[in-house]
Design a protein around this ligand. Sequence first.
Ligand SMILES: [Zn+2]
Length: 524
Amino acid sequence: MANQLFLYDTTLRDGTQGEQVTLSAEDKVRIAQKLDDFGMHYVEGGWPGSNPKDARFFEMARKISFKKTRLTAFGSTRRPQIRPEDDQNIQALLRTELDTITVFGKSWDLHASEIMGVSLEENLAMIEETLEHLKQRDRRVIYDAEHFFDGYKNNPEYALRSVKAAIRGGADFIVLCDTNGGSLPTEIQRIMGEVMPHVPVPVGIHAHNDCGLALANALMAVDQGALMVQGTVNGYGERCGNTDLVAAIGNLQIKMGYPCIAPEKLQKLTELSYYVSEVANIPPLSERPFVGKSAFAHKGGVHVSAIAKNPAAYEHIAPDLVGNRRRVLVSDLSGKSNIDYKVKEMGIKVGGNGFDSERIVREIKSMEDQGYQFDAAEGSLELLIKKVTGQFEEPFQLESLRVTMEKNRSGPSTSHATIKISVADDHEITAAEGDGPVNALDNALRKALNKFFPNIQEMKLVDFKVRVIDGSDGTAAKVRVQIESRDAKESWSTIGVSENVIEASWQALVESIQYKLSKTLNGK
Ligand SMILES: [Zn+2]
């Protein structure tokens, strides 16, 4: 039976040292609570001695009772030539009143003598005395041996002596750090093989991703007997980041069989990854292993027809194991099987013994040739399938429209749209204003349709993107407009393509409303 592993999250400290990551004290509280719900064993909250934001975080966190997580505060060994009781930072660690403290110290002789300018013996005393001071005050102490692997490569004897100083001081965990992220998995394997027999306390790993190897190094360290894995959600962290705990959990628990978290929490892995990107305001990476939007997306026709028979053909695990889902994409690379899969998913009937699917594929290919792109516009795709198979009737027709824009020297621009539509034998003419031409069009169209289809009030436009597609054969450049709309139940994307941005926007706008009406008119 494999050992239970301890997960140690440092998103709130090491993660925020990443270039793109900024978290307020409130954000940090929200993430800490999410990590607690998820079942993370340790959450490093920050460096209370280093900045007022972290001190405030610890003050707020004191009022929260965590169910599973032990919150820890992070700091360094005492400064040279003073006693721990006189060191402000160590006293700030104790003032958090947390029962677990993480202290880092130097294992690399180069850092002790060249960077800090202390004797090698003084560095060992700084480690031992700091830990002793905290242990005497009943703290559980996790010791991060900074630069352990680089130190060991340079001077193995001294690196090991630094770890032994921490053990004498009473360390409960010795965490070996690949701080510069420059080690190879084979080096981790060799060095841990040599070191582990000399370390009688549990060992952890803290790896950085400068060679793209943080995860591989963390997994190797566990294979060599490490019981604690440090890392951050989504791998955020200094320079190229830290071990991505999301992928680490997927691998350790599913592939290597080490229990990390409760099995039902594994299904929250995708949610956790998205939640942290959302709070950190960093767009989630589609290709992120296990949890990314593309992790179980299939585009090639051969793959789609295979997974329809057995998903294991092109999926390393079942996506729902980690709370993700399978997606079949439809594009000009698609074959009939993508359409068959998609049509089933959308609940549309197609007939003709595959004849309809072939017609749909032909239509998609010809439209993608003109610049349409359906893998990101499922609303337009569904309408296209219904139109090709005669299952959609245009609910309204455009008779004419006019858009004007006005701007004078000082004021902001204003736009006006006039529109004439027909619904069966009825006509409607309306005019509306907007702060831009598309907004004016949207307002005029809704006003005109409102009388016939009052339920379009339930939907709203939430995103609008314009992309220039280069005109390859000497024609003018086309633009592709993508609109995202939503109502209380769902969101959908539609597209339009034209050399004229207003025309492209009009197409996307009309399809967005047609999609909504197609759902409603079906009585859904
Ligand atoms: Zn680090």
